[in-house]
Design a protein around this ligand. Structure first.
Ligand code: F6R
Length: 611
């Protein structure tokens, strides 16, 4: 999704805005722009491409002076990625300057009305209606004009607005789309995501629906859209600036893959004893009686989070013995299961801002469901809107492809399932002591998996990197993990990778198996090993090149595959956490050997706040 930044202070705005945009460009990287005010007027520079291209433009056409401004990095939704469509955008006469994230749903109608009033549109974007509307309703008072226009806009949006007539002011608005204020000494920041400004500030305030932030050199005021002044309650985010640095790594994706032991450790810290799981954040809301009254659970998520949701479903079903369904966020509104006050809906989201997941959360609340969010982002919209939140503590995830957030989600989801099972009692509880022991060892197992697989995967990637197709097969949780492995290969290596339930190949897909085609066979679920081995033999009989991933101590898989890779053995529910690692590494090394920008894959963005 697109990203917005803003700065107001006593230092030069341009380098700070560019630095923040650099850290935010995982939200979009097809075009970028900034607007800077030197208190006599506002100057805009924009370009197609990435922040480095914007830097080149600024070298050629510098913006003189200026201690306040806004910036934008775009992921196109309406209109091609090009300099004209890049933000900030202006109307007919550049009186108002707008950076926008989200979608203005009623823009066709607004555009038509404005064109009838004589406004000339220059871009194909939905955003452009905003500066035209501001011009149309300009009262001469910047704040009042914004206040008049906001109710005309339908959709989800975050806006940073400047005005030529009030060059010392930035107005920021957030409607179901994140925009966060950061407070430093004598300076204020705006950002779509906290990590972008983490090197500058620790105190934040997420602007809420129905509020406007008015930034001037003297002060920052938060007002309701009707003009009442509010006292913002700041949140302090305790993150280490090193977490957003590359340090010695070439890419964030590799850094984040290697941060998984720490992410798992921090996510589980204080939540486990020898035989119990503790989630104090749920205690106040979830009495034993409330858990006993639960009739079913729905899990809602998108992308990689959806894949950890499917694993979570299977773990919960076995531990709790009540029905658990899992839905894609984008499908939930049209096809959701029956919801009522006996339903718990769990929302999984690394960013806590995914638009579809947020809409599903609103829908669940309409039906009186209980809601729990699992997210990695403190202060995120989903964490604020859900009844309770259990945070993964993976630290900021900056590569577009999710890695450490995925494995941390699976760890925390298992902890949540155990916690509910403790309150519920029942047959599933017999597995709990074993599972807790495995959770307690998980960090070490993840560390060992990284050591055991990194070099072999790197070499393997050098062999298969030029393949057009890769198949991943597995049974049970191995199949669910195969879905995630395929997604990783698609998004960073741009290889057509598909996941199949191993037993389903013979029902059609086997026709695609040609001599030499790489098949990754996941065989980490011991109880399913015999059947998986039969399926491996089926693809081997068609001369596929099979790489098996199995656990230390298994001697069977190695006999039927071309190459075998061993990972540590843990509780079957947690095997996907370990087996995810070689698949993440494979995507990373295949992507780099193919020469891709693995941190910023083409056409993708992190944090998709549009529907
Ligand atoms: C894939 C990836 C995406 C996200 C999806 C949901 O590597 O990162 O598929 O998982 O966009 O994002 P969150 O978890 O932030 O809701």
């Amino acid at each position: 999704m697109s990203g917005i930044v803003g700065f107001m202070g006593k230092r030069k705005a341009q380098p700070i805005l560019l630095d923040c945009l650099d850290r935010l460009d995982y939200r979009g990287y097809d075009s970028a722009g900034i607007a800077i005010s030197n208190l006599e007027g506002v100057e805009i520079r924009k370009t197609k491409g990435r922040i480095k291209d914007l830097r080149d433009v600024l070298l050629r056409e510098p913006v003189p002076g200026g201690q306040l401004g806004i910036g934008h990095t775009r992921w196109a939704t309406h209109g091609q990625p090009c300099a004209i469509n890049a933000h900030p955008l202006t109307g007919c006469d550049a009186r108002f300057i707008v950076a926008h994230n989200g979608i203005i749903e009623n823009y066709p109608q607004l555009k038509k009305e404005l064109e009838q009033e004589g406004h000339i549109f220059k871009t194909e974007t939905d955003t452009e209606v905003i500066p035209h509307l501001l011009e149309q309703h300009d009262t001469g008072d910047f704040e009042e004009t914004v206040r008049l226009v906001l109710p005309m806009l339908k959709g989800t949006f975050a806006l940073a607005i400047m005005s030529q007539a009030s060059p010392d002011t930035i107005i920021a608005v957030s409607q179901d789309n994140p925009l966060i204020l950061g407070f430093g000494k004598g300076e204020t920041f705006l950002t779509s995501d906290i990590p972008a400004i983490l090197t500058y500030v620790r105190e934040f305030y997420p602007i809420k629906n129905g509020e406007m932030a008015i930034l001037t050199p003297e002060k920052v005021s938060i007002k309701t859209v009707t003009g009442d002044v509010l006292i913002p309650k700041r949140i302090v985010v305790d993150l280490n600036p090193q977490d957003v640095m590359l340090n010695d790594y070439e890419h964030y994706m590799l850094k984040e893959i290697f941060e998984q032991p720490k992410a798992i450790e921090e996510t589980l810290a204080g939540r486990l004893s020898e035989d119990m799981v503790y989630l104090p954040e749920l205690e106040e809301v979830w009495s034993e009686e409330k858990v006993q009254n639960l009739r079913k659970i729905d899990i809602v998520a998108s992308g990689t989070s959806f894949h950890s949701g499917i694993i979570g479903k299977r773990v919960m079903e076995q531990l709790l013995g009540i029905p658990v369904a899992v839905s894609l966020s984008s499908e939930f509104l049209s096809e959701h299961p029956k919801l009522d006050e006996h339903t718990l809906v769990v929302f999984l989201s690394q960013s806590g801002e995914t638009g579809d997941t947020l809409s599903a959360l609103r829908e669940a609340k309409k039906y009186g469901c209980s809601t729990i969010a699992i997210t990695n982002t403190a202060g995120s919209t989903i964490s604020r809107k859900a009844e309770c939140t259990v945070f993964t503590k993976a630290g900021p995830e900056l590569a577009v492809a999710s890695t450490k957030a995925y494995t941390s989600q699976m760890a925390v989801f298992t902890a949540l399932a155990i916690w509910l099972a403790q309150k519920l009692g029942g047959t599933g509880c017999a597995q709990i002591p074993d599972l807790i022991k495995s959770l307690a060892r998980l960090k070490q197992d993840v560390e060992s998996t990284l050591i055991m697989t990194q070099d072999a995967i790197d070499q393997f990637a050098q062999v298969i990197y030029d393949q057009d197709h890769i198949f991943l097969i597995g049974r049970g949780l191995d199949y669910v993990l195969a879905l995630e492995g395929a997604l990783k290969l698609q998004e960073v290596a741009y290889i057509h990778a598909d996941a199949y339930a191993a037993g389903e190949m013979k029902h059609g897909t086997m026709a695609l198996i040609t001599p030499g085609v790489p098949v990754i066979a996941l065989a980490t679920q011991h109880q399913l090993l015999d059947k998986t081995i039969s399926n491996i033999k089926e693809v081997k009989a068609r001369d596929a090149f099979v790489i098996g991933i199995t656990t230390v101590g298994d001697s069977l898989v190695g006999e039927v595959v071309d190459e075998v890779m061993y990972i540590p053995s843990t509780h079957p529910f947690l095997m996907p956490v370990l087996a995810a690692i070689p698949l993440q590494l494979l995507a990373y090394y295949s992507g780099t050997v193919r020469g891709h920008d693995v941190d910023r894959p083409r056409n993708l963005a992190k944090s998709l706040t549009v529907h």
